[in-house]
Design a protein around this ligand. Sequence first.
Ligand code: B12
Ligand code: SF4
Ligand code: SF4
Length: 389
Amino acid sequence: MQGEKLKTLIRERALGHGFELCHVTRPEIGTKHADALQHWVEADMQGDMAWMGEAVRLERRKDPQSMLDGVKSVIALAMRYTPPQYSLDEANAETERAVITSYAHGDDYHDIMKKRIKALALDLDELLGKHDQRVFVDTAPVLEHALAENAGLGWQGKHSLTIHRELGSWLLLGEIFTTAELAVDESATNHCGTCSACIDICPTQAIIAPYVVDARLCISYLTIEFDGFIPRELRLLMGNRIYGCDDCQQVCPWNGHAAKSHRLKSDLLNPRGENVLPDLASILQLDVEGFRESYRKSPIKRTKRAGLLRNVCIAMGNSGNRGFIAGLLAVLGDEEPLIRGHAAWALARLAGAEDRDSLLSRLLDMQVSEQDDSVRDELAASIDELRKL
Ligand code: B12
Ligand code: SF4
Ligand code: SF4
């Protein structure tokens, strides 16, 4: 079958399986991306995501041919998810509710995309005859943005995410590597122009230069990937975001356009009501079983209970809502040091002259028996703050 005709057939099958975009490129990265990746890792911008810095995986990212012997083509795929159904101003104004990134409002996209991509791979066996192939979604050492850009699927915006002219950036990416030689598409061109809206809005200034995100500052990293005590100066900037962050995408002009002109075709990632601006107080009450039950099929389970409740404590501390004090006092005795420590921080932020003395005595009591060094640091810092009141 002729190259373009075959590609059209593959694209039709991809759309049939629930993908919105399907483009083809060669398994090459190019020096722009390879050099930028090298610089990013040398500057330690991956933070605690050790797998991003590991030498073997780094080289693999730079050389897609290392991922499959004899690979000749990469099929770059994208599927949409429902964008936030609230504005950034509405989300920021909330004092009782939290913000969860919209890709996590429904079921875990990894599971959904893997099923779709495997179904397409079966079709390829039929369409391409004898060939080897591998499928990738997110976690493999594959530089997905670079391949998507080369395949013409979308350009990498200054916030580093892939944008399609009509669909915007509310997309998730995946790839099929195959030894079959398919006709390639033209690479995408950049349409950011002089815009810098994403850089300007970022609450933590994590986009340190156009196209460069320092993960250590990004709220998505802090709330999802990082499992330690969040630096105090960053907590203040996180607002009520408890799982991921959509700010840089919400302000992007290419997303405003996309939201108006397009409806989702198929959407297994449909938002579940309880994950859209959820009630902070209810999440803080979840025990281990409650957490497991609530987030069974959701990507949110990645943070485990300790990580999510840590983030909830921070959001409460930033809310100015003194109604949270009772709930925070209740988790001061939690078995998880992360929760105890961040609850102490939040309480010191919310306390007023009227509860200063009782809180001080509670934290001083806690200091006597606390064994965890990080929690002890938090207690000392919170006690200092309370004494200043
Ligand atoms: C590690 C990772 C993260 C890290 C680091 C993010 C980052 N920017 O690197 C953290 C945890 C912070 C993160 C956050 C998010 N992530 Co993430 N993440 C990844 C992952 C696993 C690897 C990304 C990577 O390779 N980073 C390394 C750095 C060096 O790459 P880079 O930032 O793309 O840098 C490139 C540009 O700088 C580029 N470049 C292009 N032009 C130019 C020009 C100049 C002058 C320069 C200097 C560089 C340059 O060269 C570099 C190399 O390609 C990918 C999946 C994958 N396997 O690719 C998902 C992925 C990028 N994440 C995704 C998503 C959805 C998110 C979030 C939106 C989730 C959320 N809502 O909270 C946020 C967005 C934050 C942001 N603005 O980037 C999607 C993006 C989909 C899309 N439309 O683009 C991906 C592709 C997962 C997927 N399979 O769908 N993520
Ligand atoms: S996801 Fe949020 S914190 Fe991360 S770069 Fe975008 S706006 Fe900044
Ligand atoms: S907000 Fe502006 S600079 Fe940022 S990705 Fe969108 S168009 Fe590009």
